[in-house]
Design a protein around this ligand. Structure first.
Ligand SMILES: [Zn+2]
Length: 526
């Protein structure tokens, strides 16, 4: 960095100048370790790079149970007048890093914020104060008494991360990005989608009105949620029919007819595995049959266990049923993952994991939950999810040639592999997906842009990315102009379109017309 920083000579970080909290310039590993105390097994070395910094060892292959590497420094700071923080990092292997988190300790709690890496090589991470979340009972930004840097596990490989220049900014941080050649998609042919959570469109019982309004405002795709793990909004022979179906009739048929009249593509959205909104008797039956998930602590959870062979078949068959019955343009996965890192540890999972790995588990679930076989188990979890995507993709294309397969996925990769068993990069590389809708839900434009940049790197142009904008997924909801700014950010980073959450009776009258004006309504087919 070429900026002249104020020296950190007192605890009050005042004024408008950027303040260097730590340059990480230490003469040797011993001095570095004395300042930055490693927690657990972390090792701190000194970088030999010409601009210095420290090297943080990430022994994720050597330590399969290691979730993150932490270093802590005690430091009294008043950060109340600061707005952003930047940290220079250089990964030895970016896939090893789930995300980089900074915590500021304050009283009995913390302020924490995590960011994924955007690309290989040196880069500056920007942490916006508004995106920090409180944990415990922090005593305020004026009473910060420690800094923690936490590097979360990505892939199970051994590598290192170089850290330098932690800077606190009073205003907008000046981050110099290397010039990149971005191929912008012609806006007339970008994917312009809305997710519709109700599955009924914006006006229940009137898909015609929804489709016409979307078409008039330049939208060309709709992703209606008409299928769950335990209910369907169409006359399914495999799943219980929903109240929506009983009240308004076949939603897939009505949506398709109206959407195709107005030149909109329809990609039927399935909430996989999650049995929310399924009839109680249906869920109880599955639970009795040992088909629902059990947490590491033995808690029953109303999600289908992905490793159960009958659940696999049900998930695949229901999606194929839609492809067989209707001339849909695509099938869209959602909740195509585990609920969290705590599942599934049912008896069936143990048996099937032992069979697949050809090795009994000593301590169940301990060894697989946080012990020596943790990484192997997490990778096995990914495989249980991936096989559903693979089978649906392969079979749906046989049933209905030209059909497109897509998925709503967690934004930060590879942390979602570890956290929820969702390896969407593997799906893209294997050719199972035709486009990707990462849920980059944040009111913060920088967070949104960081996620899109990272996804552009991982996808590497293999399939289009329709960046997911969480208009009503954040509190307070985003305004139309905020949504348009993110559409433009996505375009500038090379995204092939956008997908907005959520279309309902309100947003069709607020967001949709304003976005239409912003898009100037001109559109073509993606
Ligand atoms: Zn299970």
């Amino acid at each position: 960095m070429n900026l002249a920083f104020l020296l950190l000579s007192c605890t009050l970080v005042a004024g408008d100048e950027p303040v260097l909290l730590d340059a990480f310039h230490y003469t040797d590993a011993k001095t570095a370790t004395a300042e930055w105390k490693p927690q657990g097994v972390a090792e701190v070395g000194v970088s030999t790079a010409k601009d210095g910094g420290i090297e943080l060892a990430l022994p994720f292959a050597a330590k399969p149970g290691l979730e993150r590497v932490i270093i802590d420094r005690k430091l009294n700071l008043d950060l109340s007048g600061r707005r952003e923080f930047t940290l220079d990092v250089e990964p030895d292997n970016m896939e090893a890093v789930g995300e980089v988190m900074i915590y500021f300790k304050s009283g009995e709690g913390w302020y924490g914020c995590g960011i994924p890496l955007r690309r290989p090589g040196p880069q500056t991470l920007r942490f916006v104060k508004a995106s920090f979340r409180g944990e415990g009972r922090p005593a305020g930004w004026e009473h910060v008494d420690g800094i923690r840097i936490s590097v979360w596990r990505g892939m199970g490989v051994n590598s290192s991360l170089r850290l330098s220049n932690l800077v606190a900014w009073a205003g907008r941080a000046k981050v110099v990005e290397p010039a990149m050649v971005v191929k912008r998609v012609d806006p007339a042919h970008e994917g312009r989608a809305f997710w519709n959570h109700s599955g009924t469109g914006a006006y229940p019982g009137d898909w015609e009105r929804t489709a016409k309004t979307l078409q008039e405002n330049g939208i060309n795709m709709i992703l209606p949620n008409q299928l769950w793990a335990g209910r369907a909004d169409y006359p399914s022979k495999l799943l219980p029919q929903s109240d929506t179906f009983r009240k308004y009739g076949d939603q897939v048929a009505q949506c398709l007819a109206a959407a195709h009249r107005h030149g909109l593509q329809v990609h039927v959205w399935k909430v996989n595995f999650n049995l929310g909104n399924a009839p109680k008797a249906f869920v109880e039956k599955l639970r009795r049959e040992g088909r629902t998930q059990i947490s590491a602590t033995g808690k029953a959870t109303n999600w289908l266990c992905p490793s159960h062979p009958e659940n696999f078949q049900l998930e695949v068959d229901t999606m194929l049923e839609v492809a067989r019955m209707y001339a849909v343009d695509g099938l869209h996965f959602d909740y195509i993952r585990y609920p969290d890192g705590e599942h599934c540890y049912c008896d069936g999972c143990r048996k099937r994991f032992e069979a697949d790995s050809r090795k009994p588990v000593g301590q169940w679930p301990g060894d697989c939950y946080h012990g020596s076989r943790r990484d192997e188990y997490r990778t096995w979890r990914c495989a249980q999810i991936t096989r559903v995507v693979e089978a649906v993709s392969r079979e749906a294309k046989r049933v209905r040639p030209g059909i497109k397969i897509s998925a709503a996925v967690f934004g930060a990769y590879p942390s979602c592999r570890q956290a929820v068993g969702q390896d969407w990069v593997a799906w893209v590389k294997a050719g199972y997906l035709d486009f990707l809708c990462p849920m980059d839900y944040s009111a913060g434009d920088d967070t949104f842009a960081d996620l899109v940049s990272s996804q552009m790197y991982f996808v590497g142009g293999r399939v289009p990315i329709y960046a997911g904008i969480g208009a009503t997924a954040v509190t307070p909801p985003m305004t139309a102009s905020q949504v348009i700014v993110q559409i433009e950010k996505g375009r500038a980073l090379g995204a092939s379109g956008f997908s907005i959450f959520n279309l309902d009776g309100k947003t069709i009258e607020t967001l949709v017309p304003e976005i239409g004006i912003g898009l100037k309504a001109a559109r073509g087919n993606p």
